[in-house]
Write a protein that binds this ligand. Structure first.
Ligand code: MF3
Ligand code: CO
Length: 249
């Protein structure tokens, strides 16, 4: 079932999203060679508590941490750990803010120290692909239009799009219908309606799109060990077009 949101509900989710964006801005300043993803996880939980919010992922289906922290070939749902990040690494920090019951979800991949030219291109193309998808998130378009725009752009740049994880409706719980693949065909799938709130969160690999699961039952990584990046926003479908809820403004 799809939970369509009222303007008031969207406003509250936007407040959660602004807080999430402010927290990402702080994370961007913290990420350096030597810091651990466990320290970042602690920072996020403390930051949210200070602002009267909760990390919705902690305890969600038994997930043990406030954040997902996926390093290099980890695609998503990496566990925070006590090992320091090093120059040349990339790390995706993904978390969901619950502010007075309103949710927002956003992930960002950060470069640690100096990364290779190929990795810079991966980050650029992945972020751009998110905006290609967002452009399609308008009333009357179909879900396939979003995936098609992302996949076409990513593949034209020589990278691949992960198929095993998708964007999703969000609110009242983290994962709701409709599910939003980051690949697909134009004009196919459900029509987007005013008041839907969805995430778009392309995961893009340098090599093959296939993933494999770690023994912890959560963390997915690339089958060929190639790097994987991800950018995610929460977006409301409105009369005035796509409204990104997870930015500062
Ligand atoms: N933020 C993640 C997403 O984009 C949610 C991960 S669920 C968790 O869908 F349990 F791993 F946290
Ligand atoms: Co999400």
């Amino acid at each position: 079932m799809i939970h369509v949101k009222t303007e008031r509900e969207i406003k509250l989710m936007h407040e959660a999203g602004k807080l999430l964006a402010a927290c990402h801005q702080e994370i961007a300043r913290l990420i350096k060679p030597g810091i651990t993803t466990m320290e970042i996880d602690r920072f996020v939980e403390t930051f949210l508590a200070k602002h009267g919010a909760k990390p919705e992922q902690k305890g969600y289906r038994g997930y043990p941490y406030a954040t997902c922290a996926s390093i290099n070939d980890e695609i998503c749902h990496g566990f925070p750990r006590n090992e320091p990040l090093k120059s040349g690494d990339i790390v995706t920090i993904d978390f969901v803010v619950n502010l007075r019951g309103a949710l927002a979800d956003s992930a960002w991949t950060y470069a640690v120290g100096d990364v290779s030219e190929e990795v810079k291109k991966l980050l650029y193309v992945t972020e751009q692909s998110l905006y290609k998808g967002i452009e399609q998130a308008v009333i009357g378009n179909r879900i396939g239009d979003i995936g098609h725009a992302i996949q076409t752009y990513v593949e034209a740049n020589g990278f691949s799009v992960v198929r095993d994880f998708t964007g999703h409706g969000i609110g009242p719980t983290i994962h709701e219908e409709p599910y939003i693949p980051h690949f697909g065909e134009k004009g196919k799938g459900l029509r987007l309606k005013e008041g839907m709130v969805i995430t778009i969160e392309p995961m893009v690999n340098v090599g093959a799109w296939q993933s494999k699961m770690d023994n912890n039952g959560w963390t997915a990584r690339t089958v060929d060990g190639s790097y994987s990046a991800q950018y995610e926003h929460t977006i409301a479908i409105t009369k005035n077009g796509p409204l990104i809820l997870t930015t500062l403004s």
